[in-house]
Design a protein around this ligand. Sequence first.
Ligand SMILES: [Cu+2]
Length: 129
Amino acid sequence: MQLLTNRMWDEPVTENPVVGTKEIWNLINTTNDTHPIHVHLVEFQILQRRPYDVNYYNRTGKIRFTGPPKRPAANERGFKDTVRATPGHITSIIARFGPYTGQYVWHCHMLEHEDHDMMRPYRVISKKK
Ligand SMILES: [Cu+2]
């Protein structure tokens, strides 16, 4: 089964961005498929895709890059709600989370994937006082 963050849909939230702040999310694709990853609520920009050693990562949990970062194509440089996470790459996106707090989802947009179980909740939380 292909999962996000190695977790099932109904497991506790693991991503908790603070409203109004920016986060970079690194999508580490360990599969042989391209996954169109869709994040609800926000529009994001694609920073780069960088090839890495998938086998080494699967063995050790550590990142070893195998080449330089690649900039997104011209048609990918605007604000997006979905990004292709290509195999063998870490795809980095940046988003400002808001304007609302609450619970949203992010998921692979391939129906067979999102249904089994490539969909995760995330929560935009209030500013810490
Ligand atoms: Cu997928």
